[in-house]
Write a protein of this length. Structure first.
Length: 377
């Protein structure tokens, strides 16, 4: 028999794989050699997370946990595991064509198989990267941006409804309001007094216009309140970021949310560029050396970088010189913007990590080598 000291020396670490859902998380435990130890289903609650940790530690020290959906159903579990000192890695959900666990007729499809695939992805080093911590001011910014985006969309719908109601409004009312701007139209509609019980089409139209106008004004006030909070938080997290040409508070918030509270998890500016979908993808073959468009990454961040480049192409002198030089080389406007987005991503990453506003270079520098790439969004 092994002595206690020998058992301690031969103790093998445990790797957890978690398939997350709204109410229940399914977990499979493997040892470092890939041997299946056990499986468990826990409720998606603090008590369930504690149960999971106690269960896993029965087999040995937990060295890592591969969790699916750390930005959605697995967010609470990922935060809990990080707080108790367990390393968490983001695992992408298997695609149908990538794993036998997704192929009917072979190993089938089940939560247990997905959880085991997550654990084996950790052992094989095929994880997407370290997830966002989601426990700081950037997480606050993310929540406020979600509410603001919804309010802006609802306000746009209210504007369209106001215009639509005018199209079919009685002639006298339509002629009086059709040339007003949206702001003036809202002000005029709020002043209508059609009565509590409309009796004519004109009174009913006024009643409807007033209702939509009140909604528009309420949403505008909500957006203003959210903007104030977002501006305060962005200034606290990265005060130099909004001061960069073309960035501002809105784009700063977008890029901060992509990087997360723990921006250092990205490892390099190349990882941040890949996360934003602006890292070129090599598509060389034989003697042909070329790079193709990257259609991955976070599209909100990609859009923010695109708009920043558009502003700089119009107002930044060094960017104008760069565009003129690349145009003379035969590059199209789209190709030039793709290059500029890569350079802007590098500049912004340095501000996010260091907190310092970098002095602008005389010209964009060549694209650096990309060591480690993180794809967690």
């Amino acid at each position: 028999m092994l002595t206690t000291q020998q058992e301690t020396l031969t103790e093998v670490g445990v790797v957890l794989g978690v398939d997350t859902h709204l109410d229940v998380h399914v977990t499979v435990a493997l040892d470092e050699l890939g041997r299946h130890l056990d499986e468990i289903s826990i409720p998606a609650s603090t008590r369930g997370y504690d149960t999971l940790v106690e269960w896993g530690e029965k087999f040995g020290p937990i060295i890592c946990a591969g969790v699916e959906g750390t930005s959605s159903y697995g967010a609470g579990l990922a935060r809990h595991l990080s707080r108790v000192g367990i390393k968490v890695m983001e695992v992408e959900r298997p695609k149908r064509h990538q794993g036998s666990s997704r192929r009917p007729g072979r190993n089938g499809k089940s939560d247990r198989l997905d959880a085991e695939a997550a654990a084996r992805a950790v052992l094989a080093g095929e994880v997407a990267g370290e997830p966002k911590s989601g426990d700081g001011r950037v997480e606050m910014i993310r929540a406020l941006r979600t509410a603001r985006r919804s309010a802006v969309k609802a306000r746009s719908q209210a504007t369209n409804q106001l215009k639509s109601l005018l199209v079919t409004a009685p002639d006298e009312l339509r002629d009086r309001l059709r040339r007003l701007s949206t702001k003036d139209l809202v002000t005029a509609a709020i002043r209508f007094r059609p009565g509590a019980l409309p009796e004519t089409p004109e009174e009913a139209t006024k009643f409807a216009l007033r209702s939509v106008a009140r909604r528009y004004r309420s949403l505008s006030e909500e957006i203003t309140e959210l903007d104030i909070q977002l501006k305060r938080l962005v200034a606290e997290v990265a005060p130099d970021l909004p001061t960069l040409l073309g960035v501002g508070t809105d784009h700063s918030a977008t890029l901060l949310v992509v990087a997360g509270d723990n921006a250092e998890r990205l490892g390099s500016e190349a990882s941040f560029a890949n996360l934003c979908g602006v890292a070129p993808i090599e598509a060389s073959s034989g003697k042909v050396v070329r790079h193709r468009l990257n259609r991955g990454g976070n599209r909100d961040a990609n859009r923010a970088l695109h708009l920043i480049c558009v502003v700089r192409m119009k107002y930044d002198q060094r960017t104008k010189h760069y565009v003129a030089r690349r145009t003379a080389e035969g590059k199209s406007k789209r190709e030039i913007i793709r290059c500029l987005k890569r350079y802007v991503a590098r500049e912004i990453y340095r501000v996010l990590v260091s907190g310092d506003s970098p002095s602008p270079p005389t010209a964009p520098s060549p694209i650096e080598s990309r060591p480690k790439v993180v794809t967690t969004i």
